[in-house]
Design a protein. Structure first.
Length: 212
C-alpha cells in the first residue's frame, strides 16, 4: 500500500514516515501542498495524510484536487480542532479527520480501516494474523521467525509491487541497519522453504514481489 504524508513540520514528517514504514507501507513525503500534488500525479497513492496549513497550497485544496482526479482516501491531520473545521474538511471530501496531538496507534488504526486492511491476511494457501503473528499454510500452523513474519507482512501489504533489497531492509530491518544487504536474500530463501516457493517471485537485478 502506498501512502503520501504531507506536512511542513519536518520532525512530524519523519516520525510519521517511520511509524508507517514499520507497518509495511510504502511512504512518500511532501513538505508543502504543491509537492504533495506533484507526487500524487506521478505515483499510485492509496491514501494521503494531509496537514491543513501547508505552504503554497493548503491541505483542503490538495484534498479537493485529489478527489477530482481519482479514487483516493484522504485523512486530514491538523491542529485545527473546531467542529466547523472538521465539518468543512469532511464536506470537501476528506474521509477522516484527526486532531494534533494524536496517538500514533490510533492514527495507524484509522488508516488501516480506511484502506480496509483486516487483521487476517491471505497469500495463496498461506494465511496469517497480524495481531497474533500466527501463520497457517493450507490450514496447518507453521512457525516463522520475527523477521520472516515481517517480510511476509510487508509483501502482503505491497502485493505485486517489486521491492528492492534496500526497500526491504528499511521496511523490515529499519533505517539504521548497516549490515550486509544480502541478508535479505537469505531470509527470503528461508521464508520460501516454509510458505512455498511460488508466493514470492525474484526479479533478477531488481528485487522481489508477490506472485499475486
Amino acid at each position: 500500500m502506498n501512502i503520501l504524508i504531507a506536512d511542513d513540520e519536518l520532525d512530524m514528517l519523519k516520525i510519521l514516515q517511520s511509524y508507517f514504514q514499520r507497518e509495511g507501507f510504502t511512504v512518500f513525503t511532501a513538505i508543502n501542498g504543491e509537492e504533495a500534488l506533484a507526487i500524487f500525479y506521478q505515483q499510485k497513492i492509496d491514501l494521503a495524510i494531509l496537514d491543513w496549513m501547508m505552504p503554497k497550497i493548503d491541505g483542503i485544496t490538495v484534498c479537493r484536487e485529489m478527489k477530482k482526479t481519482q479514487k483516493i482516501k484522504v485523512l486530514m491531520l491538523t491542529a485545527r480542532d473546531t467542529g466547523e473545521d472538521e465539518f468543512q474538511a469532511l464536506a470537501d471530501g476528506a474521509d477522516d479527520y484527526v486532531h494534533k496531538p494524536f496517538y500514533p496507534k490510533v492514527l495507524i488504526m484509522r488508516v488501516k480501516k480506511l484502506l480496509h486492511i483486516e487483521s487476517v491476511q491471505q497469500l495463496k494457501e498461506v494465511s496469517f494474523d497480524i495481531a497474533s503473528k500466527r501463520v497457517w499454510r493450507a490450514g496447518t500452523e507453521i512457525e516463522l521467525t520475527k523477521t520472516e513474519f515481517e517480510l511476509l507482512r510487508v509483501f502482503s501489504q505491497n502485493r505485486r509491487q517489486i521491492l528492492t533489497r534496500d526497500q526491504l531492509l528499511d521496511l523490515v530491518w529499519g533505517l539504521e541497519y548497516v549490515g550486509d544487504p544480502r541478508t535479505v536474500d537469505t531470509h527470503i530463501r528461508r521464508l520460501r522453504e516454509k510458505i512455498g516457493e511460488d508466493i514470492i517471485q525474484t526479479h533478477r537485478g531488481v528485487g522481489y514481489s508477490t506472485s499475486e
